[in-house]
Design a protein around this ligand. Structure first.
Ligand code: FAD
Length: 461
């Protein structure tokens, strides 16, 4: 008997329940990845994530080959390709990981129907891409938690399933054709500083993080220049690292760093259970505030300056340039740049979310869209009126100014925290920073505009 394992956002061998179930009893398996036309049609296949994905597929294939198997890659409509491969292999079942987006739901429904028509079964496994399955925890009167703190209380009380090891061998039937594996080198438009993908890289990063980052996480996670977060987000996004295994290993390490870090993993699950219950929240306000966001020429120029990292607010510009250069941005940078766009500039969060999705290697429907809404105040934030001040935040989270100097060369000659207010520089310092733009907006004006918009909008919160 043969099973197909359809890989999606779970590109690993360790702790992989679908692979374990599919190969139980020594069954042959076809490990399949479909380069899904639907994903590119939806505008989701961007160079940075395609490059990282190419690394992941090559690494997965290498891992399978070490175990006597190999990866089968096909291109096209995911449902048609899975049915075709299942027929070629004469498989009676297909295993895959559960996922939460509207797109993933449709894919699962279509696949189940198409396979059933051929007399085959679809088996969907949860806790592959999350620690706790979406929908497993619910408050009394709703199908999901809308507030993080009570969710986290319930989440923390759960005992996750045990993590599984990687299989020793994988038996793949002969004669199943595969397309060539994609390669990062063939892509253009990839960020120069993009991280390397794949399970081997993920496990290396995890080991280093457990040894030398985690213990200090609680104190250092907001230190922009220190860059002291795990950078595991792309690995969690592509599933080269299991969130269940990560949670176990971090908890095993113990201490305040572990506690703070596990809380962030819960945020990831929290967003997934919101999106699973409300798939429309990927594109529409989770909570309607009736905003009439700015539009027109001046607004477009502001957006352009924001994207280019030329707003005249150094910490904002540093973060936006980091995003372009690395395809990744520090969480504090994401909070500041999103607050600046949606509140200080009063631009629709979808404009910013789209730009992030165009570049982020960890760009994720659940985490990106719902974090954007959290910051914009249209989501699950319990303080939707809060506006982050980029100067105060810069001084606080980049007190020595090193983060700004790293990403904004026009200000590289300005010492210390003065770098956060270049308009106050005098003399030679001022001359040295002359290539850097003046602020595109006065912070007090931006704050007043946002307060007025809120009072007229009639927020539902
Ligand atoms: P660490 O601080 O080491 O955290 C560990 C892990 O916890 C992360 O890898 C991530 O999986 C999870 N995590 C941490 N913070 C959050 C959070 N606020 N929400 C959900 N999960 C979290 N994260 C994404 O993975 N993809 C996105 O597209 C994304 N878009 C974002 C957009 C905005 C506007 C904001 C404010 C945040 C966004 N985040 C997103 C969340 C967070 O910024 C990143 O997960 C984090 O910066 C990744 O770096 P790290 O792995 O070093 O994080």
């Amino acid at each position: 008997a043969v099973s197909v394992v359809l890989y999606t956002a779970d590109l690993r061998l360790h702790d992989h329940p679908p692979l374990r179930a599919a190969s139980a009893g020594g069954r042959q398996v076809v490990p399949l990845f479909v380069r899904d036309r639907g994903v590119s049609d939806a505008g989701f296949a961007v160079p940075n994530r395609l490059a990282f994905l190419a690394d992941c597929l090559r690494d997965l294939d290498a891992g399978l080959r070490e175990r006597g198997g190999h990866l089968v890659v096909r291109c096209g409509d995911v449902v048609e390709e899975v049915c075709r491969v299942a027929a070629e292999a004469d498989a009676d079942e297909v295993h895959m990981a559960a996922d939460v987006s509207g797109y993933a739901n449709r894919r699962e429904r279509r696949l189940r129907r198409a396979l059933a028509a051929d007399g085959r079964q679809l088996r969907v496994h949860d806790t592959v891409t999350t620690v706790v399955a979406p929908g497993a925890l619910t408050p009394a009167a709703s199908d999901h938690f809308a507030v993080f703190t009570p969710y986290f209380r319930h989440w923390s009380a759960q005992q996750p399933r045990d993590a599984l090891g990687a299989p020793r061998s994988v038996r793949v039937p002969d004669g199943i054709a595969s397309e060539r594996l994609p390669s990062r080198a063939a892509l253009s438009g990839v960020s120069a500083g993009l991280a390397v993908g794949g399970e081997a890289a993920a496990r290396k990063r995890l080991g280093a993080w457990l040894r030398s980052g985690l213990a200090q996480y609680a104190e250092r996670h907001d230190d922009l220049a220190g860059d002291a977060t795990s950078r595991l987000s792309p690995h969690l996004h592509f599933g080269t690292l299991s969130p269940v295994e990560l949670a176990h290993r971090v908890r095993g390490a113990g201490g305040s760093g572990a506690e703070a870090f596990v809380r962030q993993l819960a945020w990831r699950d929290f967003h997934r259970q919101v999106l699973a219950a409300r798939p429309a929240a990927a594109g529409a306000d989770y909570r309607t505030r009736h905003d009439r966001w700015r539009s027109g020429r001046a607004a477009e120029e502001d957006v352009e300056a924001w994207r280019a990292g030329r707003t005249g607010y150094p910490v904002i510009d540093a973060a936006m340039r980091q995003l372009r250069h690395e395809g990744w941005m520090h969480n504090r940078g994401r909070l500041l740049t999103a607050s600046f766009l949606t509140k200080t500039l009063y631009i629709d969060w979808r404009v910013g979310a789209r730009h992030f999705l165009d570049l982020l290697v960890d760009g994720d429907v659940a985490d990106n869209q719902l974090n954007w809404q959290w910051v914009a105040g249209t989501g699950t934030d319990t303080r939707p009126g809060r506006v982050l001040n980029p100067v105060a935040q810069g001084r606080r989270h980049d007190p020595g100014g090193a983060y700004v100097r790293r990403w904004v060369p026009e200000l590289a000659g300005v010492a210390g925290a003065a770098v956060h207010e270049p308009w106050k520089l005098r003399g030679a310092d001022r001359a040295g920073a002359s290539a850097y733009p003046d602020p595109i907006v006065d912070l007090a004006d931006g704050r007043a505009r946002f307060a007025q918009a809120r009072s007229q909008g009639g927020t539902a919160l």
